[in-house]
Design a protein around this ligand. Structure first.
Ligand SMILES: Nc1nc2c(ncn2[C@@H]2O[C@H](COP(=O)(O)OP(=O)(O)OP(=O)(O)O)[C@@H](O)[C@H]2O)c(=O)[nH]1
Ligand SMILES: [Mg+2]
Length: 377
């Protein structure tokens, strides 16, 4: 009797030890997949480095700087979104994928901007998904709304008669004007050198095993893009004429070598090619340059944000085409990306970055503008 009680007690003791051992093992394994104790980088549970491209921050170590949350990064960059409180769940989806595919290793900060104050629900909802620093800002009043010279009756007539997507929306036009001429001036962005624009409801299909900000900086790149469609003509009826007028009046702002042949065909007509700016990684000194500022002011005076529905994508792209050389611009064709209606699935996606897209469906760049990009010198 006594012997069997002792046997049960011993068995219980061994059982408790086994459970404790298992918990300890699980704890150390989980910790080691997140960050190793020497601060030298991220490793999987077998000790292999998760990153591949050491040159551009793939090793997250040493000379390139420190990617731990809250520490200064090798590049002053941030993920930036203009977003509404009601976009919370779409934004959460995008952040979740960005974190899983990239930022859990790099911890670049997020900046969320809104024309209205963010709710506590929104703030918590996004903050819960990342260990990186997150900032929330509201817009400066002059950056959202009508400038004094706009005829608001004329703007209303355009909205009421427009037959193109988002044609009836006033706030969409405020958004396009903000993204074109104000986002990079926001007080929360003044210390930033680069931004990566993000939006709700997008997908990142592949692992990104390097630091695109560092890639931009190391290679002196000004503008990075991923999808290049053609703009819908009714939204930009006079944009090309106004842009040509700008070029005629400001010849000294135009460099000899540029990408103008991407937006101007051999007959001098507008190709309507543009980089889809819902994804863009930009050296903000480009938007802060006197040329870009002069171009934005010229367009703003012409009123097409409101009398038509000029998007920030064609405007950014026309500026890139006028002021930059092809070698200043980078096609991030290795970044698998989807924004509602179009997607880009990298070639060789099965071998590259664990992509989950079907290259046959990543059709966005199969058309003219990406091809034209490859052709221009
Ligand atoms: N705060 C705020 N953000 C806005 C407003 N309108 C659009 N946005 C944001 O600006 C970005 C672009 O707007 P979208 O509505 O996605 O425009 P789009 O990408 O051309 O169109 P979709 O195909 O609907 O995605 C998104 O991040 C939106 O959340 C607005 O009125 N207020
Ligand atoms: Mg969008």
């Amino acid at each position: 009797m006594l012997g069997s009680r002792r046997a049960v007690a011993v068995a219980k003791f061994v059982g408790v030890l086994a459970v404790l051992g298992l918990l300890l093992h699980l704890g150390t394994t989980l910790f080691s997949t997140r960050y190793n104790t020497t601060g030298q980088g991220f490793f999987d549970m077998w000790g292999n480095s998760l990153a591949t491209n050491a040159e551009y921050g793939g090793s997250q170590s040493g000379a390139q700087g420190d990617y731990r949350p809250g520490t200064p990064k090798p590049v002053k960059g941030a993920l930036v979104a203009l977003v509404r409180n009601e976009d919370l769940y779409g934004m959460r989806k995008s952040i979740r994928e960005l974190e899983d595919r990239w930022n859990h290793k790099y911890n670049y900060p997020y900046i969320f901007l809104n024309d209205k104050p963010f709710t506590d629900k929104f703030k918590k909802g996004v903050q819960d998904l990342t260990k990186a620093t997150v900032q929330f800002g509201t817009l400066e009043p002059e950056s959202w709304g009508y400038p004094s010279w706009i005829d608001q009756e004329k703007a209303r007539t355009e909205r009421e008669t427009a037959k193109y997507i988002k044609g009836h929306s006033e706030s969409y036009r405020f958004m396009c004007r903000f993204q074109s001429g104000f986002v990079y001036k926001h007080p929360m962005l003044v210390d930033l050198d680069y931004y990566w624009r993000i939006e709700p409801d997008v997908h990142y299909y592949c692992d990104i095993d390097y630091d695109p900000f560092l890639y931009m900086k190391t290679n002196g790149l000004k503008y990075g893009w991923n999808i290049a469609p053609t703009e819908y003509e009714p939204t930009v009826r006079t944009l090309w004429n106004v842009t040509q007028e700008f070029m005629i009046r400001n010849p000294d702002m135009l460099p000899k070598e540029s990408m103008i042949d991407w937006v101007r065909d051999s007959n001098g007509a507008y190709t309507r090619c543009h980089f889809w700016s819902n994804f863009e990684i930009v050296d903000l000194s480009f938007y802060r340059s006197p040329q870009y500022e002069a171009y934005f002011n010229f367009l703003d005076r012409a009123g097409g944000f409101f009398y038509e529905r000029w998007g920030d994508a064609p405007i950014h792209s026309l500026a890139v085409a006028m002021f930059l050389k092809k070698s200043d611009v980078h096609y991030f064709d290795d970044i698998g990306y989807y924004h509602p209606a179009m997607s880009h699935c990298p070639d060789g996606s099965k071998e590259r970055g664990k992509c989950v897209c079907d290259p046959k469906e990543g059709w966005a760049n199969g058309f003219g503008c990406a091809k034209l990009w490859r052709q221009i010198s």
